[in-house]
Design a protein around this ligand. Structure first.
Ligand SMILES: *Cc1c(COP(=O)(O)O)cnc(C)c1O
Length: 405
């Protein structure tokens, strides 16, 4: 059986194999038991940048074979830019839950940058996605490192070794692209497909099943989940590549920070509960809004975009096997209503970013001159769904009933 097919089979039939293959929630809590160094149940916060050598085990650099060096660093902290106890734990957990070989970084953008430095594509095919990824693509293009191209140039311009970058579900709409279709387009040209799966981490979406070659996440979002840390993760299929990425990371200086690594590890323990609730809450919110859009809120809501409303084809059902993504967008009739809505809401705080336990809305025109100027992005949190619906219902009803000036 092909590796990807086997992973699907394991997930689907794991109730029969539950003793041999722990499920996601268990991995989040126990995968890093193998990294225990002390008897503490909660792993300690390690703030040290440097670690004492074991004077009874001194082996000169030239006497260690290259391949073993990284194992050595993983097991023996030396200097925190290389690795530290909680960055190693994070990599153990991420490698299990993302089903590959994971490397952690100081932010999502640091992960994206590291991938481009490592693969060094001649062309980078990038379209609608997180603005920061465009920012990096622009820097690389400016310095003659990689040409920046759009997705509709893949067929005519892609060459072996190039990278197609696909963000799905995509910011800020919360709608999805067909990963398999992009994998085929890239692979037909010998290019690699990198998927930014930040908006739908497992158990919502498993990108390997659709042909991704590299998966990236901003761990700042759902994995961190509390709007209090920055981190990113790259996952690849082979161990050798992950080791080379770790080696590059030493010199890029982009390992996850000590304190952040502890907080992210702590966050991961409850990740499955959070993402499952956020996904369910978002699905219910969108259903509520969609059913009232043309009646109760017909003077306020122009359009709603979310994967759950995407009807076009089979891939929609297959791609998000674990539930819909917790981000969606509303387009209101007037930009004045956007400003008023953010003021009226009680539980949806007006701020950028997403993925935290607290629900947020953002009038995107504040930071994006190119986007639909009436667009409100909603990041659904873990509050009680009845309270979230009541909050939106009240605020939208007030807007609906406002007398025209
Ligand atoms: C936030 C985000 C990033 C960048 O991650 P940082 O951790 O902020 O560097 C990249 N991609 C997507 C989809 C994001 O939402």
């Amino acid at each position: 059986m092909k590796a990807a097919a086997m992973l699907v089979a394991q997930r689907m039939y794991s109730k029969f194999a539950s003793e041999s293959v722990p499920r996601l929630a268990t991995q989040l809590i126990h995968a890093d038991n193998i990294n225990n160094r002390v008897t503490d149940v909660a792993p300690p916060i390690n703030v040290s940048t440097t670690y004492r050598y074991d004077n009874n085990e001194l082996v000169a650099w030239t006497e260690r074979s290259g391949a073993n060096d990284l194992d050595f660093w993983n097991q023996t902290p030396i200097y925190s830019r290389l690795s530290h106890p909680n960055s190693v734990r994070l990599e153990t957990v991420f490698s299990k839950i993302l089903q590959g070989h994971s490397v952690v970084y100081s932010s999502g953008l640091a992960a994206f940058f590291a991938a481009l430095m490592f693969y060094h594509p001649k062309n980078l095919f990038i379209d609608q996605c997180y603005h920061g990824c465009h920012g990096i693509a622009n820097i690389l293009a400016r310095n003659g490192y990689a040409n920046k191209r759009s997705h509709n140039e893949i067929e005519s311009m892609a060459e072996p070794g190039d990278i197609v970058h696909l963000e799905t579900p995509v910011n800020p709409y919360g709608t999805s692209y067909n990963i398999s279709e992009f994998a085929k387009k890239a692979h037909d040209k010998g290019a690699l497909l990198m998927v930014d799966s930040t908006f739908a981490p497992p158990p919502l979406q498993y990108c390997w099943d659709f042909g991704a070659d590299i998966i990236m996440h901003s761990a700042t979002k759902y994995f961190g989940g509390h709007s209090d840390l920055l981190s990113g993760v790259l996952t690849v299929k082979d161990e050798k590549t992950s080791q080379l990425l770790k080696e590059d990371r030493i010199y890029l200086g982009t390992n996850v920070a000590n304190l952040e690594s502890f907080m992210l590890l702590r966050s991961l323990r409850t990740f499955e509960m959070r993402i499952t609730k956020q996904s369910k809450n978002a699905t219910d919110l969108v259903a509520f809004l969609a059913s009232n859009k043309d009646t109760k809120f017909n003077k306020v809501i122009e359009n709603i975009t979310h994967f759950s409303l995407q009807k076009e084809s089979d891939f929609v059902k297959k791609q998000l096997i674990g539930g819909y993504n917790p981000v969606f967008s509303l387009s209101l009739k007037k930009s004045e209503q956007c400003k008023k809505l953010t003021k009226k809401l009680r539980y949806f705080q007006h701020a950028t970013s997403l993925g935290g336990i607290e629900s947020l809305v953002e009038w995107r025109a504040l930071t994006d001159p190119y986007i639909d100027q009436n667009l409100i992005r909603v990041s659904t949190g873990c509050e009680d769904i009845d309270d979230l619906i009541a909050d939106l219902d009240r605020a939208l009803t007030e807007l609906q009933n406002e007398i025209e000036p």
